[in-house]
Design a protein around this ligand. Structure first.
Ligand code: SF4
Length: 355
């Protein structure tokens, strides 16, 4: 079984953001529809009958971005009509964090969840950072508080604390450095410590432990509500129904699910694996929009379910992105009293890549 879980040497190649030109030049496939070039990008996932209702919001967003000097950063779990039409930068958490540093527009709209917007603000404090829906949270971020982290530090003095980026800025501020699913192995190795506290994702920590057996990894009982639902039986069922199918699991899945898979990695690593290896049939054991977004550009690859929807990511829509730009809400800020410490934890993570 091919096991390439969250490999350090794959990190640089797989976590790059993708720059987009929303007014793309793909040949129009549906000249009778508005914005035919953009519709061509999403025609496999958006029925033609729905497009006339979406096109006015897309046109308005493209205009508002120019007027307000704004860019849209969209996570890989965003729906195709956001990912492929209005997003300027798309990627996983690591790529979006890196890209946030380089944004020179005045306004960043984060089509993702709240901790991503906070991270963008931390790294680019002079910009106005907007999130279209303040309710876009994350079960991992909600699983741990700053008080919890202080309690862990008191219980395990001297043990470095690596915190997944899927946390609040207040939790990051209590940490030594951050990690993402794309760089967790490299971050743990970079510490050269015999014991590491890796919080709050228990499954990510266990999957990293399998890659770094020389380090004792202590963890926390936080879970992603999307990935914890997958079971080894799901994988066996899909293999029985589709002999030869390639199975790719996100490392937020339980270790037993990752053990049944052919490859495990961040969403950016999944994307790279599919586009480079070009399996005939593949199942992406993660959020549903991942497969839709890759499928749009790889019509020759068959994407098999199962997948699960993230209710937080799905709070983003073209309508509320438009409203965010029209009204300049909801602005995401970070308490200045903790911003420097939280930023330092993220910057230490970003520095690991260069070593
Ligand atoms: S998919 Fe999981 S980790 Fe990602 S935002 Fe949703 S709940 Fe959080």
């Amino acid at each position: 079984m091919l096991k390439l879980s969250i490999m350090e040497d794959a990190m640089a190649a797989t976590s790059q953001p993708i720059s987009r030109s929303p007014a793309g030049q793909m040949p129009g496939l549906s000249p009778g529809l508005p914005l035919p070039d953009l519709y061509a990008r999403v025609s496999r996932h958006v029925p033609a009958i729905e497009w006339p209702a979406l096109a006015p919001d897309i046109e308005a967003i493209l205009r508002l971005k120019r007027e307000k000097n704004a860019v849209i950063l969209a996570h890989n779990y965003q729906a195709p009509e956001i990912f492929h039409t209005v997003a300027d930068i798309v990627g996983d958490s690591l790529a979006l964090a890196r890209e946030a540093v380089n944004v020179d527009a005045d306004v960043i709209v984060l089509a993702g969840v709240h901790f991503m917007a906070e991270t963008a603000k931390l790294l680019n404090p002079g910009k106005t950072v907007l999130i279209p829906d303040m309710g876009a949270g994350c079960s991992l971020a909600d699983s741990i508080t700053p008080e919890d982290v202080r309690g862990l530090r008191a219980k395990y003095p001297g043990v470095p604390i690596v915190t997944y980026v899927n946390t609040s800025a207040a939790v990051k501020a209590e940490s030594d450095l951050c990690c993402t699913s794309g760089n967790a192995v490299a971050v743990v190795r970079s510490l050269n410590a015999p014991r590491v506290l890796m919080i709050p994702d228990e499954f990510l920590a266990q999957n990293v432990q399998a890659e770094v057996p020389e380090v004792e990894i202590l963890t926390w009982a936080g879970h992603c509500e999307v990935h914890e639902q997958f079971t080894p039986a799901d994988i066996r069922d899909v293999r029985e129904s589709y002999p030869g199918v390639t199975v790719i699991a996100h490392p937020e899945c339980p270790p037993e699910v990752v053990a049944e898979s052919d490859f495990s990695g961040s969403t950016a690593m999944m994307m790279n694996f599919v586009t480079e290896k070009r399996p005939r049939q593949v199942v992406l054991v993660t959020e549903c929009s991942m497969a839709d977004n890759i499928a749009a550009e790889n019509p020759d690859i068959e994407f098999i379910k199962p997948c699960n929807l993230c209710p937080h990511m799905k709070r983003m829509s073209l309508r509320n992105i438009r409203r965010a730009l029209e009204t300049m809400t909801h602005e995401v800020t970070v308490d200045p009293a903790l911003a420097d410490r939280a930023r330092a934890a993220v910057e230490r993570m970003l520095a690991v890549r260069a070593r």
